[in-house]
Write a protein that binds this ligand. Structure first.
Ligand code: SF4
Length: 465
């Protein structure tokens, strides 16, 4: 693209990964701190192309070391308004991944960057080169940005100080949708930015459903579609409402069918089990169905341990991502927990049975007060057995579902699966495929009620002697 830089710049490097053994340095990430932020400013407040670094530069860092890292951009232009900040900020991920030897993951306060040894060998020696390349891409790809300047920070104290302010900015952005609901608007917004790695993913952003990366809310979508209607964020007229509780709209279904290449044609925006929203891979939190208690657990990116089903976030993220509708797993943005329509067809908060303590702390104010001590964290519950005991002891509302299941007339004895005495009969929601569960339980019994099983061919083979 340009030979001004000692590295190649191209979208073809987007999927490039820098492995631990190949990295010169790691910046921010799960074992350090960091953030990225874009702020709008007046045209006369910005010196176009200016770069400022607070803290050590790249070559004074030891090979293999890890450092805090913050990137703050200020942008200006006649069309630039504060509503565009989040949209521009989200593109930092794309544009920096165009740089060969530079890996950027996640967004906002979760960024994780690695620079390869190879890139340094080829002449990358300063963060200024990264900042200048990124600013060039911002201006080339988003022409409404007339002026841009960047401040990068690697000094640990300064990152901490500025991060606290950045968190307030994200919070204020998210709070804007609080008084606005899906029924108040005629148009939702779509985003296909992540189709580069999840080709059938279509994010639908509504007042009651923030994007699953957590970076784009309804106002951000509106601002982006206004300034660049042919860009990756666009309007989706709602059309006719087909399912009020599940959040199904004819306009969303039509868009889903065309943008997923016909892969799926129905989305229920607030449903966990029935035609759920697709999950690309950028989600902040994964929800996972736990058939043993008929409840839903949630695990966030920052949690490094195992959930009660024995699986870590990374394993479940692998199951969930890719732009498909995976029944039994769902990726969401943290702010979706604050939605009054949070998985409402599936029982809403009454269906939530586990979450890590840091995530719970983050959204504490939005958890219904009567459920606060009924949803256990990793210190209280580590496996499926203790989970069931905990829920029973606390009389979590999920136990009422168990009672109903036990009271319901069951299928003919030949169809029923034998259960140990006293154990509830868990039913798997219709359409739910087998969910992998590892460890933590006493064995799995799944009752398939009203299921139709078609077997095309059975091959019987005798044992070879
Ligand atoms: S996760 Fe969705 S909203 Fe966020 S950048 Fe990707 S496609 Fe867009």
């Amino acid at each position: 693209m340009t030979n001004e830089f000692p590295f190649e710049i191209s979208p073809m490097f987007e999927g490039e990964r820098v492995r631990k053994d190949d990295m010169f340095v790691e910046l921010a990430g799960p074992k350090s701190r960091g953030f990225e932020l874009v702020r709008a400013a007046g045209l006369d407040e910005i010196e176009d192309g200016r770069f400022n670094l607070t803290g050590p530069d790249l070559l004074s860092m030891q090979e293999g070391s890890r450092h805090p890292y913050a990137m703050i951009y200020r942008i200006a232009g006649k069309l630039v308004e504060p509503d565009l900040e989040a949209i521009v900020e989200r593109r930092n991920h794309d544009f920096q991944n165009y740089i060969q030897g530079y890996m950027h993951l996640n967004q906002r306060y979760d960024i994780w960057v690695r620079i390869s040894k190879d890139a340094v060998k080829k002449g990358l020696k300063s963060f200024e080169q990264i900042a200048k390349a990124t600013m060039m891409l911002f201006k080339n790809e988003l022409p409404f940005i007339e002026k841009i300047e960047a401040s990068f920070i690697t000094d640990p104290e300064e990152v901490e100080k500025q991060r606290a302010d950045a968190l307030k900015v994200y919070e204020a952005r998210d709070a804007r949708t609080k008084g606005l609901h899906d029924e108040d608007v005629d148009v939702f917004y779509g985003c296909t930015l992540c189709q580069s790695f999840a080709p059938t993913n279509v994010c639908v952003v509504t007042p009651d459903r923030i994007s699953l990366c957590g970076a784009i809310n309804w106002f951000d979508g509106r601002a982006a579609a206004k300034v660049d209607p042919e860009g990756p964020q666009f309007a989706i007229p709602k059309g006719e409402i087909l399912d009020k509780v599940g959040g199904e709209y004819s306009g969303v279904n039509e868009k889903a069918a065309s943008l997923s290449g016909g892969e799926f044609s129905r989305i229920k925006l607030h449903s966990f089990f029935e035609y759920p929203h697709t999950s690309c891979g950028c989600f902040e939190v994964v929800g996972f169905y736990i058939p043993e208690v008929d409840g839903i657990g949630w695990v966030d990116r920052d949690y490094s341990g195992s959930a009660p089903n024995g699986l870590a976030f990374s394993t479940m993220a692998g199951q969930t991502g890719g732009g498909k509708q995976i029944i039994g797993f769902l990726g969401v943005g943290v702010n979706y927990f604050r939605s009054p329509k949070f998985i409402q067809p599936d029982g809403g908060w009454d269906r939530v049975v586990w979450m890590p303590k840091n995530l719970k702390e983050k959204i504490k104010a939005d958890i219904p007060a009567e459920l606060l001590d009924k949803i256990p964290n990793e210190d209280e519950v580590g496996d499926l057995k203790t989970l069931r005991d905990y829920l029973e002891k606390k009389q979590h509302p999920i136990t009422q579902r168990w009672a109903k299941e036990e009271a319901a007339p069951h299928a003919a004895p030949s169809e029923a699966v034998a259960q140990p005495a006293g154990a509830p009969l868990w039913s798997v929601p219709a359409g739910l495929p087998a969910i992998p569960q590892f460890g933590g339980g006493d064995g799995i019994k799944i009752v398939l009620k009203n299921a139709k099983i078609t077997i095309e061919r059975i091959i019987l083979k005798g044992k070879e002697k």
